[in-house]
Structure formats: C-alpha cells, structure tokens
Design a protein around this ligand. Structure first.
Ligand code: PLP
Length: 379
C-alpha cells in the first residue's frame, strides 16, 4: 500500500453529501422554481423541524452562528452595561457575539480535563452587573445542565447556550439548546449540521424572544416597512434552509457515527504507555457528538505538540488546533484588559491540544492507523 492510500483527512464532507446529493439538488430546484429566496417556505419548514428535533417550540434562522449569539442575546434583553460570562477557551465568535450585542464579556477559565467552562470560577466572576452566562458546549460536549441551572438560579442570571458545536448533543437527559432561555447554533459547512455556506439559528421555548428575534433579523420590522428597532439584515437563506432540511433527518445517525469513532479513539489511546497523550474527557457518554476529537499532548511525550502535528502531517494525517490562541490574548481584544497568566488552564490547553481526524464515516482502520503512528513517534 502506498503512503497516499493511508492519507487521513481532517474532515470529509463528501461522505455525507454523496448519498443525498440528488435529493439536495431537487430541494434547490424547488426553491428556484418557487423563487422565494428570502424568508421562503423551506426556511419556515426547516425552522419547525429543527425546533422539534431539539425539543423546543421556536427556532429562528439567521445568517450565521455569530448573529444568532449577538441578536439572540439582544432578544433575551441583554444590553449595554450588562456583563456576560463566557469561557476563555472558545472560538472567538462567542466573545465577538457578546460584544456585538453591546454587552461586556467577562472571561472565565476552564476545567483542564473537559475543556468546558469552570462554574466554580464563574461564581467568583459574578458582580451586580452580571446578567447572563454563555456556556459553550465545546467540541460537541455539553456543560452539565443541572450544574448550569443551579448556577444560574442561585445568581439570578440567564443561560444563553452557545451550541454551535453541539447540534443534538445530550447530557443528563437534556438536549443542547433546551437548557437555557435560548441557544445559538451555527451551520458553517464543517459543523455537525452544515450548510453550503453560512447560516445559523436561535432556538427558544419563549414565544416573545422568538418574535423579537424575527423582527431583529429582518430590519427591526415586526411588519413590513414598520421599524420598531434598528435591527439587522440577517436571515437564513431559503436555499440554505432547503439544503439543511434534507440533511437534518440524517443528523442523529451522523452524530452516532462520530460518537462511535470517539469511543474507538478513546479505547485505542488507552494503550499508549504512561498516558502521555490523553483525550479531552468524555463525561457525557453517548450524548457527546464529537464535533472535534481533541487530545492533550503531555510534556512527557517524546515530542512537542507542534512537532507532533508536523510529523503526522508528513505521514498524511491532517490535524487541527482548536484553538491556538485563547480569546483573552487575541490582539483585537486587548481592550478587554486581560493579560498572559489570567487563565492558566486555557493557556495550557492552547499549547497542548491537537484535534485528530473526525467525521461521520471515518473507519476504525483509519483511527487505528492514526493511533499507531502516535505510539511509533512515542517509542
Ligand atoms: C462556529 C462557532 C461559532 C460561530 O458560528 P458562525 O456560523 O461561524 O458565525 C460560535 N461559537 C462556536 C463555539 C463556534 O464553534
């Protein structure tokens, strides 16, 4: 077998698209035929289907996951002067969305084993201005819903979930997005449910929040040419909704395949000597939807994380780092006033994490081969 036969891509979207390509093309053709490109029939149908799949009453499609956070927080009543708790280790869009809503993000360090926000530290960051917490269900694993609800109730603040990486994830009997007042999802192409471009959605059990967001995404107009707010132009395109509508019925099966692949990785990595490479801990078993499969390379491992990434790359194994710089050290966010050392766990993770190939359809042979290479480098 040649080396190229062994190449393992980081993601392979064609595996999920090929079997349903005809159906997707039909869905696109119907939109063209109807011509309802903005706020059309497929959008309404997809919103209903996505809300139902997530176990809530309302869903409102917007142009991106970031807009779902920014406009969603506004719709939940978050405004200028409010402080919003967010994890220091997340994709920057979480922090960006809070700022775009007009509020002040207050960063909180994470648990080094799960990489999820540390609620004990979040408690210490509470002030009289704290109005909300935005837990990020990072890598496809939910922050504990029972602990979140206790936390939010005891401090009298709202929960707004960033579920951009956790479509249909579950923990403690809750589904991602059904824990708090509202939740944001992204349909960026590589997310567990991805569009053919950008897209996002907000889900909520609260009819008023859904109504407010429908207006906010549509020029602040609850009815045509009548503008009660400044608003935005941020609708999920009918075409994208039509594509997502075809993909949604396959989502739980894709998630199951991701979960199985995660378990195979976990098992295979246990054989590595002295546990010099440890996976980010799965504390939600079957409910983890593994948007990413992330390992921590400990200092005792034979090479550094960066060197490991290079060596794997040379062997045809594509990897990623999610994320290489924590939010508080991003140059564009200096004005938040943080500095190196403020969030030691997030900083430690940035230097030691590596995301291995993960997508529905990755085979156990591919996973075994990846882990074998890790053990060879170690030896
Ligand atoms: C992808 C992502 C977002 C933003 O979604 P976009 O659709 O790219 O705007 C927000 N938060 C997290 C955690 C994400 O992974």
């Amino acid at each position: 077998m040649t080396i190229s036969n062994k190449t393992v891509p980081f993601v392979d979207l064609s595996l999920q698209h090929q079997p349903i390509q005809g159906e997707i093309e039909q869905a696109i053709a119907s939109v063209i035929q109807r011509g309802d490109f903005v706020l059309g029939k497929s959008l309404q149908q997809f919103e209903e289907a996505f809300a139902q799949a997530s176990g809530v009453d309302y869903a409102v499609g917007v142009a991106s996951g970031t807009d779902a956070i920014a406009l969603g927080l506004k719709a939940c009543g978050i405004t200028q002067g409010d402080e919003v708790l967010v994890p220091a280790n997340t994709f920057i869009a979480t922090v960006m969305g809070v700022i775009q809503a007009g509020a002040t993000p207050i960063l909180v360090d994470c648990d080094p084993h799960t990489a999820l926000i540390d609620l004990n530290l979040a408690a210490k960051a509470i002030t009289p201005k704290t109005k909300a917490i935005v837990p990020v269900h990072l890598y496809g694993q939910m922050v504990s819903p029972t602990q979140l609800l206790d936390f939010a109730n005891s401090h009298n603040i709202i929960i707004f979930e960033d579920a951009a990486q956790a479509h249909l994830a579950q923990r403690e009997g809750y589904t991602a997005g059904a824990v708090g007042m509202a939740a944001a999802f992204s349909f960026y192409p590589s997310k567990n449910l991805g569009a053919f471009g950008n897209g996002g959605i907000l889900i909520t059990k609260d009819e008023d929040i859904a109504q407010t967001l429908r207006s906010l995404r549509n020029y602040g107009a609850p009815k045509k040419y009548y503008h009660t707010q400044v608003g935005m132009n941020s609708r999920l395109d009918t075409l994208q909704a039509a594509i997502l509508q075809v993909k949604l019925p396959h989502l739980s099966q894709w998630n199951q395949l991701r979960n199985q692949a995660g378990q195979i990785y976990d098992q295979a990595l246990q054989s590595l000597e002295a546990q010099t490479i440890v996976p980010i801990k799965n504390v939600s078993q079957e409910g983890h939807v593994y948007h990413l499969y992330v390992i921590r390379v400990k200092p005792e491992y034979s090479v550094s994380r960066d060197r490991l990434q290079d060596i794997l790359g040379e062997k045809g194994i594509q990897t990623g780092i999610h994320y290489p710089i924590p939010c508080h050290l991003q140059p564009g966010y200096k004005s938040l006033g943080y500095q190196l050392g403020d969030f030691p766990q997030a900083e430690m993770l940035c230097h030691s994490i590596l995301s291995l190939p993960m997508y529905p359809g990755i085979t156990s042979e591919q996973i075994s081969w990846v882990v074998e290479q890790l053990s060879l480098i170690q030896a």
